[in-house]
Design a binder for this molecule. Structure first.
Ligand code: NDP
Ligand code: HSE
Length: 430
């Protein structure tokens, strides 16, 4: 039986794109058998046609004319990253009815509605497994496996670069700069690593996960975000003393408010107790814990970054897309019928760990405890360690509280002479 050929345009031939091209060449026979169609790379769009490439890249397929490539393709794989020209090219493909496969979380989290609307209007399919957690099939998990359930919360490590940095700092005593440079060498970091270390990459993924989990539109600007730049070896040592490790966590949860249901989404360095399975997620691994009403708790774990690992996720989408082209069918449509409001960052609740430098004198503890009580914050634990004769470090752990109450208490404390300086404020996950 002769099979049809599905033409694939690959936009980008960097860390991920080059691995996608290699696997398409090496596994083409398997993919044809799985899809019922031959998959053929018709061209690869790059910025610099003369740049060095891995030896498996057929240089005759390289082009700077992405438009021509897109217009002739059945499937467009977008792996260039960033907003433009990725947005223009993805829209061009979708409006022409071509299937798009992308790993571009920044684009999805900032222009998702526009892309989904374009796909719906032309009947095109949009796949994005690689956009969250590298090789880990969490997009499929939420979009398809849990389509019949009601998701209550998603909590996870979704940025490989920052997990690698925090892990190397904690376990090998590396400096922040040393760990970041190595993460870049290993191909984990974004082209501009500030997106990783400032938490924006994790925020984009948090928005995508929340949109899928709660059937509502959540964009990157909805996510309150804090990165890892300010984490010091002293913070890591304090976390260890408190029986935990610091992880950059994406938190997304349905919450009930006086006005009804809402979504709470934020990304922040979090003190994770060593008893929590997320504490043992090391290196560039990612893990996402999903709480669903009927399924209960699920955990997705695996390589969260890297060229070949991410290529696996891209190719799962390519196989699904080519199968649909050969046999009929399409990607699941966007499901955003719940239209839930986003909880303001000040109303985010959780347990917090706060560290202060305090003068070593009578009455300090009483004044601090009084201010927390006045703001309705219940203290779960308190530890004082003396640095020298004049100053101590006070580590205070709270029960559940809102961020706004914590901030108000801190504001009042910094106007007293009971606190010399606030060293760190961090959420805590048991
Ligand atoms: P790279 O920076 O390694 O590669 C980007 C590629 O895009 C390069 O080949 C570059 O061309 C090409 N490119 C960039 N701008 C243009 C342009 N204006 N016109 C044509 N080509 C262009 O990125 P990655 O492979 O690391 O990432 C690609 C995407 O995958 C991003 O969206 C990223 O967020 C996502 N992703 C990455 C992961 C990873 O671990 N690296 C994991 C999960 C997702 P040239 O080679 O000529 O410079
Ligand atoms: N820069 C990203 C990370 C790549 O470190 O997780 C995977 O999305």
């Amino acid at each position: 039986m002769s099979l049809d050929t599905v033409k694939i345009a690959v936009l980008g031939c960097g860390t991920v794109g080059s691995q996608v091209v290699r696997l398409l060449a090496e596994r083409g026979g398997d993919y044809a058998a799985r899809c019922g169609a031959h998959v053929e790379v018709s061209g690869i769009a790059v910025r610099d046609i003369d740049a060095p490439r891995p030896d498996w890249i057929d240089r005759d397929k390289l082009t700077v004319d992405a438009d021509a490539l897109i217009d002739d393709a059945d499937i467009v794989i977008e792996l260039i990253g960033g907003i433009e020209p990725a947005r223009t090219w993805v829209l061009r493909a979708l409006r022409a009815g071509a299937t798009v496969v992308t790993g571009n979380k920044a684009l999805l989290a900032s222009h998702g509605p526009e892309l989904h609307d374009a796909a719906r209007e032309s009947g095109a399919s949009l796949y994005f497994e690689a956009a969250v957690a590298g090789a880990v099939p969490v997009v499929y998990g939420l979009r398809e496996s849990l389509a019949g359930d009601r998701v209550e919360g998603v909590l996870g490590i979704v940025n490989g670069t920052t997990n690698y940095i925090l892990d190397q700092m904690a376990t090998h005593g590396w400096s922040y700069d040393e760990a970041l440079a190595r993460a870049q060498e290993l191909g984990y970091a974004e082209a501009d690593p500030t997106a990783d270390v400032d938490g924006l990459d994790a925020a984009a993924k948090c928005a995508i996960l929340a949109s899928l989990a709660f059937h509502t539109r959540v964009g990157i600007d909805d996510v309150a975000v804090e990165g890892v730049r300010s984490i010091t070896p002293a913070d890591i040592a304090a976390a260890k003393r408190a029986g935990g490790v610091i992880k950059l966590l994406a938190h997304a949860r349905r919450v009930r408010t006086d006005e009804g249901e809402a979504v709470s989404v934020h990304v922040a360095p979090t003190l994770v107790s060593t008893a929590n399975p997320l504490a043992s997620v090391s290196g560039a691994f990612n893990a996402v814990v999903i709480d669903a009403e009927a399924a209960g708790r699920l955990m997705f774990y695996g390589q969260g970054a890297g060229g070949v690992q991410t290529a696996s996720a891209v190719l799962s989408d390519v196989v699904a897309a080519a199968t649909h082209i050969a046999h009929g069918g399409s990607a699941p449509r966007e499901s955003a019928y719940e239209s839930l409001p986003i909880l303001p960052a000040s109303q985010v609740t959780g347990e917090f760990q706060l560290r202060f430098a305090v003068p070593d004198r009578t009455g300090v503890l009483a004044e601090i405890a009084g201010i927390f009580a006045a703001h309705g914050i219940s203290i779960a634990a308190l530890e004082q360690t003396c640095e020298d004769d004049t100053e101590s470090t006070l580590t205070l752990t709270t029960h559940h509280s809102t961020r706004s109450a914590i901030d108000a208490a801190l504001d009042e404390l910094t106007h007293t002479d009971s606190v010399t300086r606030v060293i760190a404020v961090m959420m805590r996950e048991a």
